[in-house]
Design a protein around this ligand. Sequence first.
Ligand SMILES: [Zn+2]
Length: 419
Amino acid sequence: MHAVVPQAVMWWTEFRFNVGYLRDDVGDRQGFAVLGIPRVQFRPAGGSSKQGRKASFLSSMEIVDAHIHLYPGTEVESLAWCAEGHPLHGQHSVEDYLEATKDLCTVSSHKLRGFIFIETDRKSHLETEAGWDEPLRELDWIRRVADGRPRPGEGHTSQHAHMCLGVVLWAPLPSGAEAMQRYMDRVQARAGMMLPLVKGFRYLVQDKPPGTMLTASFVDSLRWMGRSGFAFDLGVDARSGGIWQLEEAIEMIERAHDGLPNDKKVTVVINHMCKPDMRSRDQDGNPATEPFTAWKTHMARLASFSNVYMKLSGGFSETDPLPSAGEQGDWGSQVRDDLVKRTREWSGSWLGEMLTAFGPRRLLFGSDWCVCNVGGGGNGVSWMNWWSVVDGFAKDNLTEEDQANLWSDNALRAYRCAR
Ligand SMILES: [Zn+2]
């Protein structure tokens, strides 16, 4: 199973909350803060009337959220990282997700079209095929969402089915191409009508030993995925894991693509900007030179491969967290606006480098909901807070056409979804 490693304890005394961070296999930092649901109305951080006019000028722009996790309350025990007392313990349903996103249409011309579901790191192992049971049970769960056939109390209805635009499942990549084919046979048998929504696979490498993604069998699995038309979601961690993970990722892609025509090269969708160290800053608030330069160099190398995309997601896990609402449920919209503005300023250099490296047609917006609730201010505001960070960046740097690429078209292309 997967080790859960406590990493640090931070105190935000000003806001009377504390968060203990641990690393988990979902690919995201988690905390132990008790997340209240803030009773506040969202308004865009630092939103000027000029921005408002600009937004209203844009025609309704669709958003495809390229990275969310969902799980029913009845299956929480099958998650590898979510012990009792964890702030994300308990059901996280489509209805909860829609609650988190509900202010979008009141503050912008954006409209949420749907999401790509990403596997949520269920308990698994590679010794026997019995180790695939929980990930396959996760497939059954997301099939109920995509088919619009919930079990009682699962928090979705047939009205929500159309929002599931694609699914990235766990898969046993270290076991090699033959095992991948056997696994796929099992997926095929259980997916039913939703099979075309299976767009890719993820096997998190950020918490695995060095060399995991460079074994011949792992690379063979990637080559099988390329031949079969599936995308690979790559989860590496520059901040907590180390820059060596990016080095290995570069070599892994090099070998997976070697000698293949472009249409047979596996598409790699990198999660969470490779989790850069956005917390280290100099006294002027600029990124600390060393981690920034190392990360930037690797971004350029990763972007040099064709078929490689990057998700602008997971930022709240890598920069200083936003405070959750206090017991009263409202720590003030001005305070929140200021903090989101600060996150925008601090993340600006990193987002800018990704645009330089990948260009406007290979960046995807992803919320990393529900993990963004930890560090993003809680379910009532976290999704909107991250949207606001990315929206500010997009409006400052992208044409209207490229904003549409970022918010939806790039995700549809990367995952080969119907338009
Ligand atoms: Zn995630």
